[in-house]
Design a protein. Structure first.
Length: 361
């Protein structure tokens, strides 16, 4: 009897890798070792590749399959490809998938456009309202990287708890390649924030308090941001403000270096599904200071010190304290804890679930 066939919604391969796309890519390159079923990756406009194909790494990154055109491809062309291949199951690892395919496992990273629509473009939040509910309610099962999002999905869509499974992310190179030999001696003369292109990440909070922090400590604020189309943008970043440094479209290697040199990652977000930069920074030996969003509380080495309400004075005081006393203990434990979360474990858990469902088709 031939092995079952699992199809993969490969639209994410055409996109610049943010946390959501990184999750999909890292699991995809490892899942073949653990999956008993056969696997075919379906990439716009109509390519069907094996999981070990060298062509996967050469898929063109393009804006062509973002936005409405990309969602139309998923709903129409991908549905046809899945049926033509006689796939037993479809894995859609980046929030979206064709609602007509019931034998599907979508990975829902967050429900931000439904809970906080003001942070997204009208087109994106309209698509979320139209597609998310039928997608998750028709799916064979749903997975998510976050325990918090699991709770939101169960409550918002009245899903049986046993139909939503948490598959946490891992962390790997280049973040785990950062040397930890000097981790206890790093000074960290700046703080870093990732995602300043997205108003939901609340960079405005940091820009407001930074003149005070800079005057007290001399610390710089380094802001990493990308060219994106789905999120509403914050006001122009304050280049003229003292101590503000911008990094546009950093590579993963750039981010790893940026994390490693920082005193801490600052994460005053209004809402997160998981918050992949938290784990990446930890793996590089850098602790975070965060609002209680996503996985921040469960990742924090010392939640009382690392999780704060969005109170300007509390953040200024905590950053000033860390600048004066250092964060050596937090650095070492953060790196140890983060590096214990591997992509191999994430891929193995995903493979077990897909094999179980594909074999029962």
């Amino acid at each position: 009897m031939p092995a079952p066939l699992v199809a993969v919604n490969g639209r994410f391969l055409t996109m610049t890798a943010t946390g959501v796309q990184r999750y999909a890519r890292e699991i995809l390159v490892r899942i073949g070792e653990a999956l008993e079923a056969n696997i075919r990756v379906m990439v716009p406009p109509g390519r069907v590749l094996t999981a070990d194909s060298s062509e996967l790494s050469s898929v063109e990154r393009t804006e062509r399959w973002h936005g409405v055109r990309g969602h139309a491809w998923e709903q129409v062309a991908l549905t046809r490809l899945v049926r033509r291949a006689h796939a037993d199951l479809l894995w859609s690892p980046c929030n979206w998938g064709p609602v007509a395919v019931r034998r599907q496992v979508p990975v829902i990273h967050d429900v931000a456009p439904l809970m906080y629509p003001e942070y997204f473009t009208p087109a994106y939040r309209g698509l979320a309202r139209l597609l998310t509910k039928p997608l998750v309610r028709r799916a064979a099962t749903v997975t998510t990287p976050s325990s918090r999002v699991r709770e939101e999905l169960v409550e918002r869509f009245s899903l049986p708890p046993n139909r939503v499974t948490v598959v946490p992310p891992g962390v790997g190179n280049p973040f785990t390649a950062v040397s930890l030999e000097d981790v206890g001696r790093r000074d960290g003369r700046y703080c870093v924030h990732v995602g300043a292109h997205d108003s939901r990440k609340n960079v405005a909070f940091l820009l407001e308090l930074w003149p005070d922090v800079h005057a007290r400590t001399g610390l710089e604020l380094h802001l990493a941001h990308r060219r994106v189309v789905t999120a509403s943008r914050p006001p122009a970043l304050a280049n003229e403000s003292a101590g503000i440094v911008e990094h546009l479209d950093p590579t993963d290697g750039d981010l790893a270096d940026l994390y490693a040199g920082a005193l801490c990652l600052l994460w005053p977000s209004h809402y997160e599904g998981y918050g992949f930069p938290l784990l990446e920074a930890m793996a590089a030996g850098t602790p975070f200071l965060a609002a209680d969003v996503g996985a921040a509380a469960e990742l924090a080495v010392d939640p009382e010190r690392q999780i704060l309400p969005l109170d300007r004075s509390l953040w200024v005081e905590r950053i000033e304290d860390w600048s004066r006393t250092g964060v050596a203990g937090l650095r070492e434990e953060s790196a140890r804890r983060a590096r214990a979360q591997t992509w191999e474990a994430s891929a193995a858990q995903t493979a077990r679930l897909l094999d179980e469902l594909a074999g029962g088709a």
